[in-house]
Ligand binder design. Structure first.
Ligand code: CTP
Ligand code: CA
Length: 218
């Protein structure tokens, strides 16, 4: 089945964010961006107008997709908010939860005798929750949840707390799935229930998720 997305405007965020500590170092995470890029690719192939806000990844821009590259969580927040309005926002990025309070303009040097470095980090803005609370709220707001335990419970709590329409829960660390893998398994949760997708190639999962998105937008 290939539900129609023709003419729909989809905003997708993908990949990690990098939070700079100094000109030589950053805090990052293990997201490859493959799931978000697969969603953008399949949506464009189905006729959607796709804007893809991408963190630092090594992936080619899918055909027909408008790509905006960002580095930090703050840059991703600004790019996503600026790309509204849209019909659906799919937040597949692994956004840093904390960023250095004061990045150093110069490379941080070890002090003589120093054995410990304490970093002071401040919370980033929650892009997904802000999109869902925005005056320009898309009709459909879809989140992802990376969990290592109590996957369905934690994901459902995020669905409710952030006022999402759907959340796709990912068990991190499952064999053959997740971060750098080409395969993944998702538990798609909404107010009514949950549906398991995969394990399957990310392109196939993207198609199944977009069937649900298209149905909701119809
Ligand atoms: N997210 C976001 N902005 C943030 C943090 C998270 O938009 N600053 C989004 C992610 O893109 C994802 C969803 O929120 O779609 C859930 O991310 P996740 O890391 O699983 O949950 P958190 O709410 O950050 O909670 P925690 O990491 O503590 O589990
Ligand atoms: Ca997080």
């Amino acid at each position: 089945m290939s539900a129609g997305l023709a003419g729909r405007r989809l905003l997708v965020s993908a990949g990690p964010t990098y939070e700079d500590l100094d000109p030589a170092r950053f805090l990052g995470n293990r997201s490859s961006g493959k799931m978000g890029f697969a969603i953008a690719a399949v949506a464009a192939a189905r006729g959607a107008q796709v804007v893809l806000v991408a963190g630092p990844v090594h992936l080619a821009t899918p055909a027909g997709v408008q790509r905006i590259d960002v580095r930090s969580a703050a840059q991703m927040h600004a790019a996503v908010m600026q790309a509204l309005p849209c019909d659906a926002y799919i937040g597949a990025a692994a956004v840093a939860d904390f960023t250095p309070r004061a990045p150093s303009a110069q490379k941080i040097k070890k002090q003589p005798g120093q054995d410990v470095l304490v970093l002071e980090l401040v919370k980033t803005r929650d892009i997904l929750a802000e999109v869902a609370a925005s005056a320009q709220r898309p009709r459909l707001v879809v989140g992802f949840a990376a969990e290592t335990e109590r996957v369905a419970d934690y994901a459902r709590a995020k669905l409710e707390r952030k006022r999402l329409d759907l959340i796709c829960a990912n068990q991190v660390g499952q064999a053959g799935c997740g971060f750098e893998s080409d395969d993944n398994a998702l538990l798609v949760i909404d107010a009514a229930g949950a549906r398991a997708l995969g394990p399957a190639p990310k392109a196939e999962l993207a198609g199944q998720l977009l069937d649900i998105v298209a149905e909701r937008l119809a």
